[in-house]
Design a protein around this ligand. Structure first.
Ligand code: PMV
Length: 356
């Protein structure tokens, strides 16, 4: 480690992501290891931008956090807990204070995985700083047996499991599976084969049905699986769906892709409805939008489907080739179901960017 470092400043923009096969439930060993493998698309237009300046330890503080330049004490406990959990992996942290400034380009509380983008961007900065401190500035180099992207993914997983899938342009797979080479519970890897053109340029419109705070936190949600009567069956289904969706993406089988993605969304919500305590996270307009999408697909035969996160908002996924038709459908038919007419658009498949 270089003890002469007085200041390093690094910044990354990191996308959020949407899971196609869902991570829902953790292994009961290790730190934040998934009970089943998951796969996601990164949402390149919905991102966090984070700049970290590393300075010699000041006033005994591990970090100072600002959100777009403004102090935000409510975010501090999560960051403190994250830095505490990675302290063993990054012993160099104890010599420095991190001046962290972050901002998202999408509103907080829209059910978009802001923690995925936020922890992703922060971890990219930390992995980069680590390489500078260890005296190797090549982003392709190996630190602790991991490439830069794997190391960033590894660190972000400890902040928020799904964040580890935000590091890649191609679909990202996290969790042990034989469906792709090198898959691991510790970090995500990108799909190791070409994606068929039928499924390589899809977009996402997030239809905002409810912009309030989540009624069940991810931490509490994952814990529901520990004593869930259907947990083992669900983990088996996810394994099977992961194998099948990887094959569908390779071969351009849009019909199977849609069937798996929609079934996964409904399974995630079914698990919530059948746990104790139980939750219904869909709202009436969630269901209305799903039915409109089904009707539209049946009438037109176009490549369009929905998925859900752990909330009421609907992600409408569609092939970029039908952009105009899909957006007309949103504006003419789906808009009345969106709270205050809100929706967010994103491409899928962009990797993070270094911004400083
Ligand atoms: O990363 P977490 O702990 O917030 O879990 C996210 C889980 C889901 O968003 C519901 C599904 C997923 O795989 O992203």
């Amino acid at each position: 480690m270089d003890n002469n470092v007085t200041s390093i400043r690094v910044g990354y923009q990191c996308p959020s992501n949407i899971a196609l096969v869902k991570y829902w439930g953790k292994k009961n060993t290790g730190v934040q290891l998934p009970a089943n493998p998951s796969i996601s698309w990164s949402l390149g237009d919905l991102h966090a931008s984070t700049v970290i300046e590393l300075v010699p330890r000041q006033l005994g503080k591990a970090f100072v956090f600002t959100l777009a330049g403004e102090s935000k004490p409510s975010f501090e406990p999560k960051i403190e807990s994250f830095l505490g959990k990675i302290a063993h992996d990054c012993p160099w942290l104890s010599d420095y204070t991190l001046l962290i400034d972050s901002q998202n380009n999408f509103p907080h509380g829209t059910g978009i995985a802001s923690s995925a983008a936020g922890f992703g961007a922060m971890s990219l900065c930390l992995a980069h700083i680590e390489q500078l401190l260890l005296g190797d500035v090549s982003l392709n180099s190996i630190v602790n047996g991991m490439s830069f992207w794997q190391r960033s993914s590894y660190l972000s997983r400890i902040g928020s499991g799904s964040a580890c899938r935000s590091m890649f342009a191609k679909p990202a797979i996290w969790g042990e599976t034989l469906a792709v080479g090198g898959a691991s519970d510790l970090f995500a890897v990108e799909m190791d084969s070409e994606i068929h053109p039928n499924l390589s340029h899809w977009n996402d419109v997030v239809l905002i049905v409810d912009d309030g705070e989540k009624s069940v936190s991810s931490t509490a949600g994952h814990a529901l699986l520990e004593s869930h009567p259907y947990a083992e069956a669900r983990f088996g289904q996810a394994q099977k769906n992961l194998n099948q969706i990887v094959a569908a993406m390779k071969h351009g089988d849009v019909k199977s892709f849609i069937e798996i993605v929609e079934s996964e969304a409904l399974q995630l919500h079914s698990m919530m409805m059948t746990s104790i305590p139980y939750y219904v996270l869909m709202r009436p307009n969630t269901l209305a939008i799903i039915e409109e999408i089904w009707r539209f697909r049946e009438q037109t035969g176009l490549p369009i489907c929905f998925t859900l996160d752990a909330g009421a908002n609907v992600h409408m996924l569609y092939d970029g080739k039908i952009e105009e038709t899909a957006m007309n459908f949103v504006n003419n038919t789906l808009l009345p179901y969106c709270k205050n007419g809100q929706y967010l658009c994103s491409n899928t498949g962009k990797r993070p960017n270094q911004i400083v």
